[in-house]
Ligand binder design. Structure first.
Ligand code: ATP
Length: 208
């Protein structure tokens, strides 16, 4: 089987996330994608972070295609949410399957700083999509070549695939600020997640 792995803070999950996963799912013919909310983010501060349960629940609302499985593997684990630990665990469950790790370009452009990134590259194919217009595909290629020492020919290199799709520019940080100021989020946020946020009084919403 071809198994996608998509980790994130998902605080909250938005249409940029679903578009990214759906795009790679279709393009690569993935049989299953594990959506994995992290517990204690290694790369970011935890300020304004909603609970593990709320982020899991919101992911379940939005990643509802039957190929998607929202997993609490990182939330349940006692160690840091390092991707390499997660992939080792997934490899034990699926030793003979091919893993595809899906990430946005912001994460890719600091990939050489990820803990044990060489081991990560040995365990999976890295699937990267650009997050904003300014980051050209050339910049991603250059990073791969100069930092990771992996040349990209066209849009692929050894163990790396770059998506040519136009970026969908939104982040959870921007969404949290739209929610705070009461601006419209329809374009970026799934209606079920919006309702969940309102019902639970997340991100500064007065609790119903
Ligand atoms: P925050 O603004 O809180 O940092 P975020 O929007 O970056 O959050 P994360 O949950 O940290 O979302 O991201 C999970 C993964 O999804 C990362 O690999 C990130 O690069 C990718 N990603 C997030 N938003 C987009 C987007 N709009 N387009 C493509 N990839 C995205």
């Amino acid at each position: 089987m071809k198994i996608g792995v998509f980790g994130g803070t998902f605080n909250p999950p938005h249409k940029g996330h679903t578009r990214l996963v759906t795009e790679f799912c279709e393009k690569l013919g993935l049989d299953r994608v594990l959506i994995i909310p992290d517990k204690a983010p290694v790369h970011k501060s935890a300020e304004g972070l909603e609970s593990d349960t709320d982020r899991l629940n919101m992911c379940r609302l939005v990643f509802c295609d039957k190929r998607f499985e929202v997993s609490d593997i990182e939330i349940k684990r006692d160690t840091d949410s390092y991707t390499v630990y997660t992939l080792r665990e997934i490899k034990k469950i699926y030793p003979d399957d091919d893993l595809y790790l899906i990430i946005g370009s912001d994460m890719f452009l600091m990939f050489s700083r990820w803990y044990e990134y060489r081991e990560i590259l040995s365990m999976c194919t890295l699937c990267v999509a650009s997050r904003c217009e300014e980051e050209s595909l050339d910049e991603l290629r250059r990073y791969s070549e100069n930092e990771l020492k992996i040349p990209i020919d066209g849009l692929t290199g050894k163990g790396i695939i770059i998506s040519p799709v136009e970026p969908f520019e939104i982040s959870s940080t921007e969404l949290r600020s739209l929610l705070k100021t009461g601006e419209s989020t329809e374009k970026y946020l799934d209606g079920k997640v919006r309702k969940y946020i309102e019902d639970r009084g997340l991100y500064g919403y007065p609790k119903k």
